[in-house]
Design a protein around this ligand. Structure first.
Ligand SMILES: [Fe+2]
Length: 353
């Protein structure tokens, strides 16, 4: 439907791409942020086409968007100022962790919906927040109490702080890392745990999360090649959240994987030797196989974007068609929405990167 820009709220999904000065400003299917709406306003557009969704704009994650943005901004400031890390700054981390834990404990529906829109420059900060939300959600299902969740969330927020010592040119390198570069990257857990241990009054469990978040049950991880019983329970949960978010993310050197592909990979026989299968199953229980904005292929050959979930049928969301069964792109007119619960003859056969 066509809506005046000043009446569109953050979270609305574009049903037509927006063009400005001969190039695409925002693509069809994008979930608009507050910043996007300001850009659209500045472009001079009076109205845009958005998808009508029942009720409020869709919830996109376990915590509120505002909390995620605020947390990423604060983590960015703390990480970038890591040379001045101290106990006072760690208090800020604990406050952030407390906000996230409170929201997760208050959430009646632990479901990982969409991926946020991060840039390469902000990857580490949003990654840290996402890892914290997923880690804390899994731990809540394991029955952790509030004190344990707070400690775990504080460690998860800081797990990658050691990366700040690694040059961005290596972290974002588009070609294969050489042996020296790999060795350098593999130092970040040690650097991070040392920083936390020597500069802050944080718990040794927080240091352990930073140090052990790349260890594997079979001893093939780094930096200490610990085996299953030598890896702390907290780190074992963070490992899974870290892998989930890293594989889902688009990076300069790779596409992000669809949600279903990631969860199937983490459950594969080879990965079961490396990560705790019980926690992967808990992750599976909170992952939506086709999150909002994911591109899916239907059994009749149509391609669509997931625009709404059906709570009781996670494999049958509402899909907006972007390419019909003949391969023709649907750019004009009212968007064609298919509710896969009602259209039982159609199923999703694949999700696209
Ligand atoms: Fe890491």
């Amino acid at each position: 439907m066509l809506v005046p820009v000043n009446q569109v709220s953050p979270g609305a999904i574009l049903s037509s791409s927006i063009f400005a000065q001969g190039r695409i400003l925002f693509r069809k299917g994008r979930k608009l942020t507050k910043n996007d709406l300001e850009i659209i306003n500045q472009s001079g557009l009076r109205s845009i086409r958005i998808v009508r969704i029942n009720g409020d704009s869709p919830r996109v994650g376990i915590i509120r968007d505002e909390t995620r943005e605020l947390a990423a901004k604060s983590i960015s400031s703390i990480y970038q100022d890591y040379k001045n890390l101290n106990s006072r700054r760690f208090e800020e981390v604990k406050n952030l962790a407390s906000t996230i834990v409170d929201e997760i404990l208050a959430s009646s529906d632990l479901k990982i919906q969409a991926h946020d829109l991060r840039t390469y420059d902000t990857y580490t900060y949003y990654h840290s927040v996402n890892v914290t939300v997923i880690t804390t959600s899994i731990a809540r299902l394991l029955g952790f109490d509030q004190t344990e969740l707070l400690l775990l969330a504080s460690g998860a927020l800081m797990h990658d702080i050691g990366k700040m010592e690694i040059p961005q040119s290596i972290l974002n390198k588009q070609t294969r890392l050489d042996a020296d570069e790999i060795e350098l990257v593999r130092c970040h857990p040690l650097i991070g745990s040392d920083l936390l241990c020597t500069r802050t009054n944080s718990s040794p469990l927080v240091w352990a999360i930073a140090r052990q978040h790349h260890e594997c049950l079979d001893g093939t991880g780094y930096p200490d090649h610990r085996s299953a019983e030598q890896i702390h329970l907290y780190a074992k949960i963070v490992v899974i959240a870290d892998l989930w978010d890293a594989l889902r993310s688009e990076r300069p050197y790779k596409q992000g994987w669809p949600a279903k592909k990631v969860i199937d990979f983490l459950s594969s026989p080879s990965m079961q030797l490396k990560v705790e299968p019980e926690y992967v199953e808990l992750l599976r229980s909170i992952v939506l196989p086709y999150p909002i904005e994911s591109l899916v292929v239907l059994s009749n050959g149509m391609i669509g974007i997931v625009v709404e979930q059906n709570e009781t049928h996670p494999t049958a969301p509402v899909v907006m068609i972007v390419r019909d069964e003949y391969g023709v792109e649907c750019f004009d007119g009212e968007p064609q929405l298919i509710n896969l619960v009602k259209e039982s003859s159609l199923i999703i056969t694949d999700s696209l990167d």
